[in-house]
Design a protein around this ligand. Structure first.
Ligand SMILES: Cc1cc2nc3c(=O)[nH]c(=O)nc-3n(C[C@H](O)[C@H](O)[C@H](O)COP(=O)(O)OP(=O)(O)OC[C@H]3O[C@@H](n4cnc5c(N)ncnc54)[C@H](O)[C@@H]3O)c2cc1C
Length: 416
């Protein structure tokens, strides 16, 4: 596997920071790196800025579930495109590895949500996702750890799973540099500079200005700091969320990796972590907080809530030993769906923002879509119109028809 490579970090001073670029990408997380790679591959002169080090934001904390099951077909289409890239990583990206683990994915829903489940699965199948509605009896064979007595049917995707978020990010960054992109860690964008007509003319950084007419802001939970001075309010709220790792108890088959699960009955997700652990995130009402200086360790009460949610679906974990936990920052949008595309008030500015903790799996496709949007004016793999940042100003926030538990996802704060 290719060496993920090293990235220019010349802290302090202007150094050899490019003085101009076709496009400046702000944010060294997985969506910024994917976009920088896809732009550089198309011959665009890109500079990627990261204020700390690559993966310092949500990407470095991600659960990195990769599943096609959504309650709308648009995000499923983005995931499908990403799955193609994960599957052909060496040919398409050619650096690093996402270490994709196709252990299979189960979407658990309450019996009363079965009609919604069937509608969603039918939509996914129409898009070409390998997925099926399976009975609780069949589920017991698909995942022997699973409690099924409170279920009738679930969805099963045999080819979904999880990946290594930093391996994925490092691969994109290394591939971007190979195609000529300049990737700068330890370099914060301090302002997006505009001319009197409000058009982008540059990016001010801690190491000087880069002249550019195009900026992709992929700043995760920090995005508002660059948007607010431009008078742009996209309704984005930074939020702290948590995860816990439990050791597999004695009696659990230590030689088999269990399936990835999203359980809509407990608002939890979980997947294998390492060789003998399970990582879980569960909805407990995440809290709004500033992204700098947030508490990076999980709260004690959260550990108990996570164990209870895990044990509800995998009873063998009722007394599982907690082995670690962490918190990360995500950016919520008003309707919990990502904003991807141009910001009309600031010509030349594009965002991937407010993904509400769901854009690891879709990052490979987001990069393709944004690169095409900037170079060709339209995105071919997936129509980005539903993701347009202007939807709130238009009074048209996103609503899904077939949600689970009657809960709009914007009320949930678990990332998956
Ligand atoms: C605990 C947790 C679990 C998750 N689980 C999943 C999951 O299972 N599946 C899934 O698909 N998604 C999941 N997510 C969400 C996913 O990780 C994020 O959607 C994704 O990583 C976002 O990537 P990003 O590049 O947009 O943002 P980030 O990774 O947050 O990167 C933004 C970067 O921008 C940098 N930055 C900000 N401002 C500036 C500036 N002014 N100048 C320079 N740099 C700047 C930051 O330092 C940061 O590194 C999870 C997230 C968390 C926290």
């Amino acid at each position: 596997m290719a060496d993920p490579g090293r990235f220019e970090t010349t802290p302090g001073g202007y150094g050899d920071l490019p003085r101009s670029a076709d496009v400046v990408v702000i944010g060294g997380g997985v969506t910024g790196a994917s976009t920088a790679f896809q732009l550089a591959k198309r011959g665009v002169g890109v500079t990627l800025l990261e204020q700390r080090e690559l993966g310092a934001g949500a990407t470095g904390k991600s659960g990195a579930l990769v599943r096609a099951h959504y309650t709308n077909p648009v995000e499923t289409a983005l995931t499908l495109e990403s799955l193609r890239i994960f599957a052909a990583w060496d040919e398409v990206v050619g650096a690093g590895s996402p270490r994709f683990e196709a252990v299979g994915f189960v979407q658990v829903v309450a019996p009363e949500d079965e009609p919604h489940l069937r509608a969603n699965v039918a939509a996914h199948q129409a898009l070409g996702v390998e997925t099926a509605v399976v009975s609780a009896a069949d589920l017991a064979e698909i995942e022997p750890l699973m409690r099924t007595d409170d279920l009738t049917h679930v969805a099963f995707e045999p080819k979904s799973g999880y990946a290594d978020p930093l391996g994925t990010l490092y691969g994109f960054a290394a591939a971007a540099t190979r195609h000529g992109a300049s990737v700068r860690e330890g370099t914060a964008a301090t302002a997006i500079a505009t001319d009197p007509r409000g058009r982008v003319v540059g990016v001010d950084t801690t190491r000087g200005r880069i002249a550019t007419e195009s900026v992709v802001l992929a700043g995760g939970a920090w995005a508002n700091r660059l948007l607010a001075p431009l008078g742009v309010d996209l309704g984005l709220t930074p939020r702290r969320i948590q995860v816990v790792v439990f050791r597999w108890p004695r009696g659990v088959d230590q030689g088999r990796r269990h399936r990835v699960v999203i359980d809509a009955t407990t608002h939890a997700w979980f997947r294998p972590e390492g060789a003998t652990g399970t990582v879980i995130g569960v909805e407990t009402g995440g809290r709004t907080c500033e992204p700098d200086g947030y508490g990076e360790t999980a709260d004690a009460a959260y550990v108990d809530a996570a164990r209870a949610a895990l044990a509800h679906r995998f009873p063998a974990f009722a007394h599982a030993t907690m082995r670690g936990a962490w918190a990360g920052m995500i950016m919520m949008s008003v309707d919990s769906r990502p904003l991807i595309g141009p910001v009309p008030e600031v010509p030349g500015l594009y965002v991937i923002a407010g993904d509400s903790g769901t854009s690891f799996k879709t990052a490979p496709a987001i990069g393709v879509c944004l690169a095409e949007l900037l170079t060709e004016g339209t995105a071919s793999p997936v129509d980005l119109t539903p993701f347009r940042p202007s939807r709130f100003a238009e009074g048209l926030p996103w609503r899904d028809e077939h949600t689970y538990g009657g809960v709009e996802e914007h009320l949930l704060t678990i990332s998956r």
